[in-house]
Ligand binder design. Structure first.
Ligand SMILES: *Cc1c(COP(=O)(O)O)cnc(C)c1O
Length: 209
């Protein structure tokens, strides 16, 4: 169903390990979780070649628990969090892959960088201070609305911000991931340049919170 070059992160939050194992047996390897405790419990009982993506708001006091255990932290939403991840990764002797989360949606979440903030971060070349963190790209969500035009506009802004960052810092290496699109809007996201979609409900059904 996904075009070539677009990866699927199966968002398994709130679903039991058995549901993940079923998708794993069908060939899926990338899974997304949004709570640290839940993720740690699942890592313990599931195959070790799963690539876990952390996609929720990450509290600073939980960073250490994630380091060395996830293949990508998609939801880095502040410079403070980024620098803490870097510090803990260096201490642990690992390199952590991250995406920077953009805030473009009208209401959806209060987390994430505004595009202008990120452009400033890169023009100030603050990323050069990082020792054990690889910024692989950006992540974002569109507004929670039925207005297709607005959704497309949000995705366009996210994609475009990545391009603008690369113009500011053309020497950035491997800044290639644009993570956007969920069950209800992934097709528009892909049209607007997403190469990593995060899909939960359409794969696992409704979540029981
Ligand atoms: C839960 C979640 C998803 C998946 O949403 P669905 O609508 O179930 O596909 C994607 N991205 C993030 C950040 C999420 O928290």
């Amino acid at each position: 169903m996904l075009p070539d070059g677009v990866e699927l992160c199966a968002v398994s939050k709130f679903h039991p390990a058995e549901a993940i194992k079923e998708a794993y047996d069908a060939g899926q390897r990338i899974f997304g979780e949004s709570r640290v405790q839940e993720l740690i419990e699942k890592i313990k009982v599931l195959p070790s070649d799963i690539k876990w993506h952390f996609i929720g708001h990450l509290q600073t006091n939980k960073v250490r628990q994630l380091i060395g255990r996830v293949s990508l932290i998609e939801s880095v939403d502040s410079v403070r969090l980024l620098e803490l991840i870097d510090k803990e990764s260096e201490k642990a002797g690992v390199v952590t892959n991250v995406l920077l989360q953009l805030h473009v949606a009208k209401e959806e979440t209060k987390f994430g960088f505004y595009p202008e903030e990120l452009l400033e971060y890169f023009s100030g070349r603050e990323f050069e201070k990082l020792k054990a963190t690889h910024i692989c790209g950006i992540m974002g969500m569109a507004s929670n609305t039925d207005d297709i035009g607005r959704i497309r506009e949000d995705f366009h802004t996210i994609s475009d911000t990545r391009k603008r960052i690369l113009e500011i810092a053309p020497d950035l290496r491997g800044f290639s991931i644009v993570s956007m699109g969920m069950s209800g809007d992934w097709e528009i996201a892909v049209e607007e340049g997403s190469n990593l979609v995060r899909i939960g409900t359409a794969i696992f059904g409704n979540r029981q919170y």
